[in-house]
Design a protein around this ligand. Structure first.
Ligand code: ADP
Length: 415
């Protein structure tokens, strides 16, 4: 195993797996801390997907360390800690505490932090994270239901979370090329935020970071890593996904602007749609049985959509009434339970929007691992589940990802 990766959510792990596979490395995505006897097959990179982005920091540390121990025992040569390209976290963590713990475990005193993902508009310049033309703190991420990002200066943000010294390697050092950058990385003590504004920068960083025991970042940071291990010219390692005939459902638990646009676009295209709201779930005014009936009564034309995606005002209202964590957990549990019931009804294609939401669904369905298939939109592949009762095709989308027509585009890609 060349690369052992630990991702703090499921859709982020899928995005990372896709990036690695496109660079030619054979990848297996594992759901949860890998069991000691899990067969990794011929995987050259193993990506462990946790659901550790928004849990208490110590729990995130424990899960990440358990995963790192397993990857270490199976011979991983380089470790990658993957988090969101919008650096989703709070002042309590979890990026800083997990990075600190992995550095201790791997006995290294230096690593880098680079969330840049230029293909989706996330760039880092002078240590500041941009989403398209906006600073992170002015983007819609300022209103995220679980991790509102109100500061774009990553040196400051990580400084509040980590006990390591936080430095900055600015773009001009990256632009000076691999040799200059490697010298700068060799001199790091602690964690260095590294600027990157395009894929060329990420490839230079990948080459310069070949000797780092631990790398941290978004999926973009993986762009330049496989080439350090593979012979040149390897073809991409994604596969077509034969799935048996079956029905599709669309589940949206993300409240991001991209997902809300995608929901509106699917409804406009005529999908049968049922809206959930957290307060109605809490008060028992809507139950999983209602949503299941709604879906089963559909005609089997366009796939049905069950969605809770709400604007910041509606989310705030629910959170004020129910508490932030409880509101999110209620919606996640509802959609996960619904997905479980749908498998019983022969649904085998799930298109899910939201990282936490996807994690809840996949845990409920008992997915042990995911094979990476064709790309739908940047960062989002179709995947095939391993370990489930029946073969399942899953498209798991990080909230912010995908074009407006994502849902039906993904649906139309399957035979
Ligand atoms: P993203 O990928 O956009 O971050 P996630 O699924 O990770 O999406 O996070 C969205 C969170 O918001 C989940 O915990 C979800 O349950 C919660 N949520 C979804 N809809 C609502 C709502 N209507 N009110 C309150 N919280 C909600």
């Amino acid at each position: 195993m060349f690369i052992g990766a630990i991702a703090d959510d499921l859709t982020g792990a899928t995005d990372l797996s896709l990036t690695l596979a496109r660079e030619g490395i054979k990848v297996l995505q594992v759901v949860g801390v890998p069991a000691a006897d899990l067969d990794f097959g011929d995987a050259e990179a193993v990506v462990v997907s946790l659901k550790s982005r928004t849990i208490p920091a110590q729990a995130a540390v424990d899960l990440s360390l358990a995963s790192a121990r397993m990857l270490h025992a199976r011979g991983a040569r380089q470790f990658l800690f993957k988090y969101c390209s919008t650096f989703d976290s709070t002042d309590h963590g979890n990026i800083g505490p997990v990075a600190d713990a992995l550095m201790d475990f791997l006995e290294t005193d230096r690593t880098i932090a680079c969330p840049a993902f230029p293909a989706t508009g996330r760039t880092v310049y002078r240590g500041h994270l941009f989403v398209g033309d906006q600073l992170l703190s002015e983007s819609s991420m300022k209103d995220h239901p679980l991790t509102p990002m109100r500061d774009a200066n990553l040196v400051r943000v990580l400084g509040r979370q980590s006990r390591n010294a936080i430095g900055l390697v600015p773009r001009d050092v990256v632009a000076a090329g691999e040799v200059a950058l490697k010298a700068a990385l060799d001199a790091v003590c602690g964690i260095a935020i590294v600027d990157a504004i395009d894929d060329g920068d990420l490839r230079v960083i990948g080459r310069a970071a070949r000797d780092l025991r631990l790398i941290t970042g978004g999926s973009g940071i993986a762009l330049g890593l496989p080439a350090n291990f593979l012979p040149p010219g390897r073809a991409r390692a994604t596969a077509p996904l034969p799935v048996p005939p079956g029905r599709t459902v669309l589940l949206a638990g993300s409240c991001s602007t991209a997902t809300r646009r995608q929901v509106a676009s699917a409804i406009e295209a005529g999908v049968p749609a049922l809206k959930l709201d957290a307060i109605a779930i809490a008060e028992g005014r809507i139950a999983v049985r209602h949503a299941l009936d709604f879906i089963l009564q559909g005609e089997g034309g366009l796939p049905p959509l069950i969605w809770s995606s709400a604007d910041p005002q509606e989310v705030r209202l629910a959170q004020d009434r129910l508490g932030r964590e409880h509101a999110g957990a209620l919606v996640e549990a509802f959609l996960a339970e619904l997905a479980g019931a749908l498998v019983g009804e022969g649904f085998n294609r799930f298109i899910v929007a939201g990282g936490e939401t996807s994690g809840a669904v996949v845990n409920r369905l008992g997915v042990a691992a995911l094979e990476i298939g064709p790309e739908i939109d940047p960062g989002v592949p179709w995947t095939r589940a391993r370990g489930t009762r029946i073969p399942l095709a899953l498209a798991l989308k990080s909230g912010n990802f995908g074009a407006d027509d994502f849902f039906l585009k993904a649906w139309r890609m399957l035979p």
